[in-house]
Design a protein around this ligand. Structure first.
Ligand SMILES: [Cu+2]
Length: 465
């Protein structure tokens, strides 16, 4: 903190005391009034109207924090506080976050900007903020106990440094981390290049989001904070499909997507219909000679990846984590695998005890996508969402890249479902089907010793086997 700033705060405090409630405290105080967001919708890009120009990002189901220019310094005000986040329709979770939301707002600055961030702690315990990936003075690194005292409850600390290098970064507490990150405390940070950069492309669309995960017992409202690996709510920016907004782009746009991982496991992020290259990490832009085409980029814990591609295929393209459990909502992991098991005789007996009991899994679990299972209050269904052709059978870390010829530049609104040209959709074949020639039949496999309990039957018995 520089001496000028301390003096200003001193005078501000004096004036506020003298003026009492007659004058807005924020008008006098040395720090900007915090901006609070209550909506989980994707906010329009924040076009900068002070400071140097840049091409803003769009935060999926999030927003960018406005700043105030003061003596050439960009001033932000973050408030660490409990928030109620709508993870999916009908499913709200008590989280901790910043300025009304989890994740906190995205911070966007320009390479070379001097940045001052006030952090007010309205949590029930102390906190700090670490600026992941930044070059900065050691005392601004936000590691409680190591580089600064913890920010006590009710106090405001100020961080100040120059955003030295352009890139994709994030912020999160370095204080009681297990609890505070399990509760949703994190945010995105983008430093835009100050001029054209040889390794940073100009893009038409620039999206960002954080991968995060929670362990919320079905029917409850608060994440379990000591969970190590068994998370059940897989999110992008604290939202689960179908509540994650689609990424809406114009045909032939160059698109950049920036992803950071603050969960406890890796996430192979996969895009359909296009190839992308990894153009940057939280270490900075990758040298162009190091780039090769991919359709899946693994994002390990604590890593960030920015990928780029030309959106040159019209349609609704799935975009998701490739771990199949991560595109599902809450479920008990103790559900037995019932594929191929005939348990018809059991249902009636169980229903005498548990009237809501339903058979699931005998023919796979796809039925669950359309099944109306009675759910406890405040729970996300395991597989949900519907598309133009029926249930999507997805949850968690899943969204859709929508590429349209008539999406206007700068328009990020959802254009609705793709209207496939006639004759371009997979369809039923109605001609004659030849029988496959198979080797002589072998006995159906059965787990040893269970023969008296399990009677397998083929899901779709055909004649001629
Ligand atoms: Cu995943």
């Amino acid at each position: 903190m520089n001496p000028t700033h301390s003096r200003r705060q001193f005078f501000a405090g004096t004036l506020a005391t003298v003026a009492g409630l007659a004058v807005s405290r924020s008008a006098l105080a040395g720090l900007p009034e915090p901006v609070i967001q209550s909506s989980a919708a994707t906010a329009a890009p924040l076009i900068p109207n002070t400071g140097r120009p840049y091409n803003p990002v769009v935060t999926l189901n999030g927003w960018t924090l406005p700043w105030r220019m003061k003596d050439g310094v960009k001033e932000f005000h973050l408030v660490a506080e409990p928030v109620l986040r709508e993870v999916a329709p009908g499913f709200k979770v008590n989280m901790w976050g910043y300025n009304g939301q989890s994740p906190g707002p995205t911070i966007e600055v320009v390479e070379g900007d001097r940045v001052r961030i006030f952090v007010t702690n309205q949590l029930p315990e102390h906190t700090t903020i670490h600026w992941h990936g930044q070059r900065l003075p050691n005392g601004m690194d936000g590691v409680g106990g190591l580089t600064q005292p913890q920010i006590p409850v009710g106090k405001t600390y100020v961080y100040e440094f120059e955003a030295r290098r352009p890139g994709t970064f994030m912020y999160h507490p370095h204080a009681d981390e297990m609890v505070q990150m399990a509760m949703g405390m994190m945010g995105f940070w983008v430093t835009h290049p100050k001029t054209r950069h040889p390794q940073i492309s100009e893009v038409e669309r620039d999206f960002c989001f954080l991968l995060n995960a929670f362990d919320v017992e079905p029917g409850s409202r608060t994440p379990k904070v000591n969970t190590m690996t068994d998370f059940n709510i897989w999110c992008w920016n604290s939202r689960a499909f179908p509540a994650i907004d689609s990424l809406n782009v114009r045909l032939n746009d160059r698109v950049r997507i920036r992803v950071g991982n603050l969960t406890m496991t890796n996430h192979p992020i996969h895009l359909h219909g296009h190839e992308f290259t990894v153009t940057g990490t939280d270490g900075g832009p990758t040298p162009p000679a190091s780039r090769w085409p991919e359709v899946t980029a693994d994002v390990a814990v604590g890593q960030m990846r920015q990928v780029e591609f030309i959106a040159d295929e019209l349609g609704d393209w799935a975009f998701h984590c490739h771990k199949s459990h991560h595109t599902m909502g809450a479920m008990g992991h103790s559900v037995p695998t019932m594929v191929g098991v005939d348990h018809r005789g059991l249902v009636g007996k169980i229903q005498q005890l548990v009237p809501d009991y339903m058979v699931m899994g005998e023919r796979g679990m796809a039925d669950m996508g359309e099944m109306e299972m009675p759910l406890p209050d405040n729970t996300a269904p395991m597989m949900t969402g519907s598309g133009p052709y029926g249930p999507l059978e997805m949850g968690g870390m899943f969204s859709v890249l929508k590429v349209r010829a008539d999406q206007q530049p700068g328009d990020y609104q959802d254009p609705g479902w793709f209207k496939h040209p006639v004759g371009t959709v997979a369809r039923e074949y109605t001609g004659p089907v030849a029988e496959a020639t198979r080797p002589p039949s072998t006995p159906t496999s059965q787990p040893a010793g269970n023969a008296t309990v399990l009677k397998a039957r083929k899901p779709n018995p055909h004649a001629g086997h």
